[in-house]
Design a protein around this ligand. Structure first.
Ligand code: GLV
Ligand code: MN
Ligand code: MN
Length: 415
């Protein structure tokens, strides 16, 4: 890493990293999450930025114009330009998914301030809460709460794998769950949001570009499929007498692959829980999560409908009941055309050729796009690997991302 970024990475990289896998386990409202939040607050304070936590536990740091002092009380900032990403991770995630956007934001501000640039309007850095949905199941929970894409009641009812509710988890980490919910006042004070993220594919590498600009996000979602059979003894229950939920589950996994291939879509079962989970027992239930993504909403619907039809049909033939419920659904996102053009032009003016590309990965920028102009910068990922400890970006490409983000913030917010 370059000297610009090194101190930020040095203090962040050890937080929540597993000694066994070297992957990150930064789940929301845990000790690792609190340490990441503390890192954010310290980095913001070092730069003289004002830090606040919103009602939905998203963390904000503000670089305010000297002639527009920080609002006191309920008064809102107006015309803000905000950048940021998230600090939570998937189980055994890589170092860059999320944090790269925050390290880059702080260092971009350093570059601008070092060059004598000052904000003409408020510049915000935000770390959204529970972006991966790794603990409570709903992707981009913090930004969904902020925009109202998930209701307060639905969020309050969420529980983690141990039955701990969102409200309990927030309270345990010193946050107040009583006031979660849509925050239109805060959103109306933001003119644009720019998220910088590691590319979660290798398209930029193929194009020989260090930095790219997002065009769109595929529609995608998560469905929880529950197969309920009958627990039994593995050594004494005849095969023909079993109601084994593992069999329709297995048929569903294979069908998901076949249907996704046929439709040119993506389907993944990355999380499965066998209940009660005994090696010498037929399971009484299998809980599985289907992650489905496609280039358009019709295809996504078709994919999920065909996969769940196989689950039900196969369940019937094994005497297993099957239910399916959507945990989160993200419609197609076409990023704001004017903002995107402005970003591409600002980069070109500085000699940065940034191709425009679509992605299948979800982001808070995609959620915010429903209410305000948003754009994304991607940083080259040579192998394309992400959601894995092997995720990697070269230091010079991270630097190129910082320079690009600084250029965009300068264009949109500085004088
Ligand atoms: C987030 O990274 C997602 O695409 O699930
Ligand atoms: Mn991710
Ligand atoms: Mn991410």
């Amino acid at each position: 890493m370059s000297d610009w970024q090194l101190p930020l990475w040095q203090s962040l990289l050890p937080i929540g990293r597993s000694d066994e896998t070297r992957g990150y386990r930064r789940f929301s409202f845990t000790a690792a999450d609190s340490a990441c939040r503390e890192w954010f607050s310290q980095e913001a304070k070092k730069r003289g930025l004002r830090v606040e936590t919103d009602r939905n536990s998203n963390l904000w740091a503000w670089w305010d114009p000297s002639d527009q002092p920080a609002p006191a009380g309920a008064e809102q900032r107006l015309g803000a330009i905000v950048t940021g990403s998230h600090l939570d991770s998937v189980p055994d995630g890589g170092p860059f998914d999320g944090p790269l956007g925050l390290v880059s934001a702080f260092v971009a501000i350093d570059l601008l301030a070092g060059a004598g640039r000052v904000p003409a309007r408020p510049v915000g850095v935000v770390a959204f809460s529970e972006e991966e949905g790794a603990r409570f199941g709903v992707a981009c929970l913090g930004s969904r709460l902020l925009t109202g894409a998930v209701t307060r009641d639905a969020a309050r009812a969420l529980t983690d794998a141990d039955g701990v509710s969102l409200a309990e988890a927030m309270t345990a980490s010193g946050l107040d769950p009583a006031t979660i919910g849509p925050d239109s006042e805060r959103l109306s004070g933001i003119d644009a949001f720019i998220e910088l993220h590691i590319e979660q594919g290798s398209a930029l590498d193929g194009m020989g570009a260090a930095v790219g600009v997002a065009e769109s996000i595929w529609p995608h979602g998560r469905w929880r499929i529950e197969f309920t059979g009958r627990g039994d003894h593995a050594g004494t229950t005849k095969l023909g007498d079993r109601h084994d939920p593992m069999l329709p589950y297995a048929a569903t996994v294979l069908a998901a692959r076949t249907v996704a291939t046929e439709l040119g879509a993506l389907a993944t079962f990355g999380k499965v829980v066998a209940v009660p989970g005994a090696a010498n027992a037929v399971s009484s239930a299998v809980h599985a999560w289907l992650d489905a993504r496609a280039s358009d909403e019709e295809t996504l619907k078709e994919l999920v409908s065909q996969v769940t039809a196989v689950a039900k049909l196969s369940g019937t033939s094994h005497g297993v009941s099957v239910t399916s419920q959507c945990d989160s659904l993200s419609p197609i996102v076409e990023f704001d055309r004017d903002l995107r053009d402005r970003v591409v032009t600002a980069l070109a003016r500085r000699g940065i050729a940034a191709p425009v590309l679509p992605t299948g990965a979800g982001h808070d920028a995609g959620v915010l796009a429903s209410g305000l102009p948003t754009a994304m910068l991607f940083v080259r990922n040579p192998s394309g690997t992400s959601h894995s400890p092997a995720e990697h970006a070269e230091p010079e490409d991270c630097e190129a991302g910082i320079v690009a983000l600084a250029a965009v913030l300068e264009e949109l917010a500085c004088r």
